[in-house]
Design a protein. Sequence first.
Length: 342
Amino acid sequence: MLQKYYSGQTSPGALNQSYPYTYARVSVMKSALLKKSDYTKLVKMSLNEVTGFLESTEYKKEIDEVALIHKGMQLAEIAINKNLSNTHKKLRRITPMKLRQFLDIYLMRHDLYNVKTSLRAKYTGETEIEHLMEPYALPIQFLKDLMKKATMEEMLAEVLDRPTLKKIRDKSQNLVEIENMLDKEYYSKVIEITGKSLFRQFLENEIEIRNIINIFRFKREGMDRGEIQKYLISSPSKTVKRLAGASLEDLPGIIENSKYGKHAKHGLDEYKKKGTLIYLETSLFKHLLESGLKMLHQRPLKADAIFGYLFAKEIEARNLKMLIKSKQLGLQQEFVEGQIVA
């Protein structure tokens, strides 16, 4: 995939070694994460008040930089993305090389997101996408130059290795298929290198949740089991296989009787009443965040704790961008509160 932009070989054993210096630094960084009480305040604020609040936090440096060029929603979004990018770079600086390689491969998801965003923009003719980008190894200027390529195939040829590019040329028919293939390749690569670790368990849960939400969407669109199977990420779990073969009406019952039952209750209730998947998705990702934060405590000093913090930081960025977008759209406070993963 994008390996040529990242560091070299990995050894799964590195995930089970101790990293006291990095862990100590990450513990300090964790203390700066926004608390649930902060979100309670933020949902009641205007967009300008939200930006002002963030200036009193670790986002101040990025907001001051971006304010020279941008304002309003774009100012806040770009500052949040820059802060996330700076966090990734800081983690990379304080992480030993043997663990840094895992960090690079995990964070490839952000560059992959940027590539997919560029492809969508090319497809739709959009040009202003800087505020959507979450750069890591691929700089903003590189992504801007990528948009100047004549076709999507030329864009992909610029970033993908030959085996991945060949798969897309041989099998993909549309943008959705291309994005799905990129996701499959990414998760396959990450799972391959993680060995037996809490981090691997966390990733498998993330994949399962993404598959669950996608199956609900596919079933609503009338896809049959065979078509759905093509889009599932990684080796489907038993729960995912049951969902893929069930009717749309039976999906909530399968989730209720799975390990996600108690975590998904509110989301399933809202789905049954309103037909919306937003609350179910939020409920499941809240559960995933909780499991990620547990990694900070279950194996102190190990790599799992570092990745647990990283996921929590990424969720924080997602919460803030969602909250800012909701201010622009004038969404009701109750709805916004229900979408915050904290």
